[in-house]
Write a new protein. Structure first.
Length: 665
């Protein structure tokens, strides 16, 4: 397998849109900007195959050689992301169909049904042709398969999808009785006598069967994965030793990243925080999540140099925001940062999306200057490549839970990412570094496991957590967790059925709060705001740590803790304010004297974000100032600053400033 030695730095490159002179100027500008990696041919289908019987590789041959001669590594896409008009004209049945029965037409992109045998055939033919031609090109370092699966098309209700759903269900359940059981179809007379009676969860009179909706989500993630695998297999007929990947989208609901990651050699994602947000926690969290998919460094395959074009109002990045947020990704395990795109388009839907080279003169552009500064800095940071992120705690994340939690007909409206965002903000406020795990993965080596709003989880996970706690691990979960199994059927006997015994509590009844209201809880004699959710918690071995302070629930438990010898489990029965949650987490750290990796290097706590990556014989400590103030960071020992080349024990960081210190073991 080709191995990476330097941080990758570059962009999506779409030179089909430009003249030869511009492309040659691009080579000079790329050198200036420190670009060493570009992704090409993502939307190249019609150029390579202008009609069904013609392949034309002249332009791509020239481009591949040109990039190679300029020492730019190539991430080559198979080019299947946007099918050509002639294919749509010939086979309109390959187009996706909306829930209201509209067939989406040519004129945008990603206009294919993921299960369509026609699309799959043409896409694999193209993949083979591209691989056959370029598999041994010396500039090639990565295969980029398709692009952002399910970004636009995350549902399809065509006849073929319905049939394929039926066979997918038959494979999964084996018997129709098995499906009826799993889907609780005795309810509302929904029972099926045969597979072909089953619909996709399309338009229906009222609430749809929840288990059917969940299976449809699984089905769509699986069908897109199957498509990825077919494209990859077509390439693999000709290619050896070149890694495969597709660009994921971080907290994107429709692709189950944990299921996809084993099929890729490298995981990457496209990161588009809103520049108006001071600290975009969901994107910061997605860096950790993406790294956790393969437990190794990841790539930012796309980010914007400044504004995007697809929000209602497209805020521009302010000076140094790009640099700070790029280092944030490196600090959390990225080994490369790329942009969408290299040169800002002249026409088409994305002409107002920022790029490394703007519409104006690059040499009078702040964006180009900042990009070039970053590229030149990155060329000195090869110590980062391949290092291991050091996590303090682990948070359970499950796409299937996301789907289940956000189905309709629930006690209240709960948003998984909103809840995770608050938790992540509180963890990072304490400089706790975070890994994510899927419920089926090992928890070994983590002192604290947090399972936020894990509404749905299989019985095996409940058992695993129980064993983990018995063996001395600390468990923390919160309201509406451990409620149903993977078929959306409630664990009976009192909530939260799956964790009841581990936590030593029984929740009798939920008390969702009115929208946009706050109550307060009493925690260690202080008051903290709570919102969204309250509930009646009975202690059954646990003790109350905090109590509700309003109405019927006054003085009843709001958060709990069970401690029997080495058995420690915590529960939060409401949505706490950031301050409340941070204090609660700090109490857990204090109770168990849990030390963080950051504390190992810091002489005193700091507001600056601190994370560590471990290399062979050294540790890198990343200091990032996301605050509005100049902040001093005192370290226990002097470290070698990779950017200034100085040895520093006291680092003074202006707002948005960063430092990377190297400590030899
Ligand atoms: C996605 C796509 C790119 C481009 C960007 C714009 O990430 O992969 O082709 O459209 O969005 O933000
Ligand atoms: Zn379809």
């Amino acid at each position: 397998m080709k191995t990476q030695r330097q941080l990758y730095y570059g962009a999506d490159y779409n030179p089909e849109q430009w003249s030869k002179e511009v492309i040659l100027e691009d080579m000079r500008l790329m050198k200036e900007a420190g670009v060493n990696y570009v992704s090409i041919n993502i939307f190249g289908w019609v150029n390579l195959q202008p009609d069904e019987s013609t392949y034309d590789f002249d332009f791509l041959d020239w481009l591949m050689d040109l990039l190679y001669e300029n020492n730019i590594m190539i991430d080559l896409a198979n080019g299947t992301a946007s099918p050509p008009a002639w294919l749509v004209q010939k086979h309109p049945e390959m187009l996706p169909v909306t829930i209201h029965g509209n067939r989406l037409v040519h004129g945008s992109r990603q206009h294919y049904c993921p299960t369509s045998p026609i699309y799959r055939q043409y896409a694999t033919d193209l993949s083979e042709a591209v691989a056959n031609r370029y598999a041994n090109h010396p500039g090639l370092v990565m295969w980029h398969i398709n692009n952002e699966y399910t970004c636009h098309i995350h549902e399809c209700y065509c006849d073929h999808c319905r049939k394929r759903f039926q066979t997918w269900l038959a494979e999964k359940y084996q018997t129709i009785a098995g499906l009826n059981d799993a889907w609780s179809t005795k309810f509302w007379s929904q029972s099926y006598g045969s597979w072909d009676e089953i619909f996709l969860p399309e338009a229906m009179p009222t609430f749809k069967n929840p288990a059917q909706q969940l299976d449809y989500r699984r089905f769509l993630s699986d069908m897109n994965l199957e498509l990825y695998q077919l494209e990859k297999a077509a390439i693999a007929k000709y290619s050896q030793g070149i890694p495969y990947m597709t660009n994921l989208m971080g907290l994107h609901k429709y692709v189950d990243g944990f299921k996809w990651a084993p099929e890729m050699d490298v995981v990457s994602w496209n990161s588009y925080p809103n520049p108006f947000e001071k600290i975009p926690y969901p994107q910061f969290l997605a860096n950790d999540l993406t790294r956790s998919l393969k437990k190794k460094p990841f790539l930012i395959m796309e980010q914007a140099t400044s504004a995007v074009n697809w929000r209602q109002i497209n805020g521009a990045k302010t000076p140094n925001q790009l640099r700070l947020w790029s280092y944030e990704a490196l600090a959390h395990g990225a080994d490369g940062i790329m942009f969408f795109q290299w040169r800002q388009s002249r026409g088409g839907a994305e002409k107002f999306h920022s790029a490394m080279v703007p519409h104006g003169d690059p040499h009078s552009s702040r964006i180009f200057r900042e990009c070039a500064q970053l590229g030149n800095e990155f060329s000195q940071l090869s110590d980062i490549v391949g290092t291991r992120f050091l996590a303090d705690v682990v948070v359970v994340f499950d796409w299937e839970n996301w789907w289940a939690l956000e189905l309709d007909a629930k006690p209240s409206t709960l948003k998984y990412i909103h809840q995770l965002r608050s938790l992540y903000a509180a963890l990072r406020a304490l400089n706790l570094s975070v890994d994510f795990v899927h419920p089926s993965e090992s928890l070994d080596g983590y002192p604290l496991v947090i399972a936020p709003n894990l509404y749905s989880a299989p019985e095996a996970f409940g058992k695993k957590i129980n064993d983990y706690v018995r063996q001395g691990g600390i468990f923390l979960t919160n309201f509406f967790s451990g409620i149903v199994n993977e078929y959306d059927q409630v664990y009976l006997g009192g909530y939260p059925g799956l964790f009841r015994d581990t936590l030593g509590i029984i929740v009798e009844e939920f008390y969702p709060m009115k929208a946009a209201t706050h109550h307060q809880i009493d925690f260690q004699g202080r008051r903290y705001d709570n919102s969204l959710w309250e509930e009646v918690i009975h202690l059954n071995g646990a003790k109350a740590l905090a109590t509700f302070q309003s109405g019927y629930l006054s003085d009843k438990p709001a958060t709990t803790m069970i401690k029997i010898d080495d058995w420690n489990a915590y529960y939060v029965g409401t949505e706490l304010s950031l301050e409340g949650l941070t204090t609660f987490l700090a109490t857990i750290l204090e109770n168990h004297k849990l030390a963080t990796h950051a504390q190992h290097f810091l002489a005193a706590p700091t507001e600056v974000s601190v994370t560590c990556r471990k290399g062979a014989g050294y540790t890198l400590v990343f200091l990032l100032n996301h605050t509005e103030q100049t902040t001093k960071v005192k370290l226990k020992a002097p470290g070698a600053d990779l950017l200034t080349k100085e040895t520093r024990q006291l680092v003074v960081l202006k707002p948005k400033e960063v430092a990377v210190l190297k400590y030899v073991d």
